[in-house]
Write a protein that binds this ligand. Structure first.
Ligand SMILES: [Zn+2]
Length: 245
C-alpha cells in the first residue's frame, strides 16, 4: 500500500505481520536480519512441538534438529505418556533421526549430527546436555533458561569442557591448550539462549495452570491466574548465551 492511501495510517497491520519476538541481545548485534529470521523460524517449529506436548498434558518442551537448513528430527517431551523420565524432547528427536531409513539403509550417518543445530524451547537439562555432547551437536539455540536442571549454563555448563574447569584435573595436565585440555574441549558446542523465550515461558505457565485444574484439590483461583507477563532475561552470560563461542 502506498503512502498516498488514505487507509495507511488507520489500517491495522496486515495479519501476516509477525508479532514482535524476543531474541537474545547479542543476536541483534552480531547477526544479519536474515540469519535472525531463520533462527526464529526454526524456534517457532520447536514451539509448535511444545504446543503439541501441552495439548497431550506433557510438560511443553519441544525441539527440532536442523541439518543444512532442513529439519531432520522433531521431538516433544513424553515423560508422562511413557512414564519414563528420560523421554525428553531431545531424545525423541534423536530417535527419529536414527530410525530414519532409505530402504534398509540408515538415512543419516552418525556424523550428520556433527553438522546439526538444535532448536529447543527450554534449555537442555544436564542429561540432555551430555547427550548432545556425545552425539557431537554443533550448536544449541534455546528459549527459556532451565534454572533447576539446566546443563548449558543454567546449573552446570556441560557444553564447555564437559562442565570441568582448569584445576579440576590432575595438577598440571589441564593447562589451557595442552593435550588434556584439548581432550576436554573436543566436543564443546556453542549455545545461544533467549530465542522466543517469552513464548516458551507462557507455554510452561499454561501447563501449570492446566495441570492444577486437574489436581484433586486445585489451588485457589487467585493463585492460578495465567501470568502472561514475562520478566526480562537476566545477565545473558549466565543464560549461556554465546558464552561458549
Ligand atoms: Zn533433558
Amino acid at each position: 500500500m502506498g503512502d498516498d492511501s488514505p487507509l495507511t495510517s488507520k489500517s491495522p497491520p496486515p495479519p501476516s505481520t509477525p508479532p514482535p519476538v524476543s531474541i537474545p541481545k547479542s543476536a541483534s548485534q552480531c547477526m544479519t536480519p536474515s540469519e535472525i529470521s531463520t533462527h526464529v523460524q526454526f524456534m517457532r517449529e520447536a514451539l509448535s512441538m511444545a504446543d503439541l506436548a501441552l495439548q497431550t498434558s506433557e510438560t511443553p518442551v519441544g525441539c527440532v534438529f536442523v541439518h543444512r537448513g532442513r529439519i531432520i528430527g522433531r521431538g516433544m517431551n513424553a515423560t508422562n505418556r511413557t512414564r519414563n523420565g528420560t523421554r525428553h524432547a531431545e531424545f525423541l528427536a534423536l530417535d527419529e533421526i536414527m530410525r530414519a531409513r532409505d530402504g534398509k539403509k540408515p538415512r543419516y550417518a552418525p556424523e550428520t549430527l556433527r553438522e546439526c543445530d538444535l532448536y529447543v524451547t527450554v534449555e537442555p537439562c544436564i542429561m540432555c546436555a551430555s547427550l548432545l555432547r556425545q552425539v557431537g551437536i554443533r550448536k544449541v539455540f534455546f528459549g527459556a533458561a532451565n534454572e533447576k536442571f539446566g546443563g548449558t549454563g543454567g546449573v552446570l555448563s556441560i557444553h564447555v569442557g564437559n562442565g570441568r574447569k582448569a584445576g579440576d584435573g590432575v595438577e598440571g595436565v589441564e593447562v589451557e591448550g595442552g593435550e588434556e585440555w584439548e581432550r576436554w574441549h573436543r566436543d564443546d558446542y556453542e549455545v545461544s539462549g533467549g530465542w522466543l523465550r517469552e513464548e516458551a515461558i507462557v507455554l510452561l505457565r499454561r501447563f501449570y495452570v492446566q495441570e492444577n485444574d486437574r489436581a484433586p484439590e486445585p489451588r485457589s483461583k487467585k493463585d492460578r491466574v495465567l501470568k502472561l507477563e514475562v520478566e526480562p532475561m537476566g545477565e545473558e552470560g549466565k543464560m549461556g548465551d554465546g558464552s561458549a563461542s
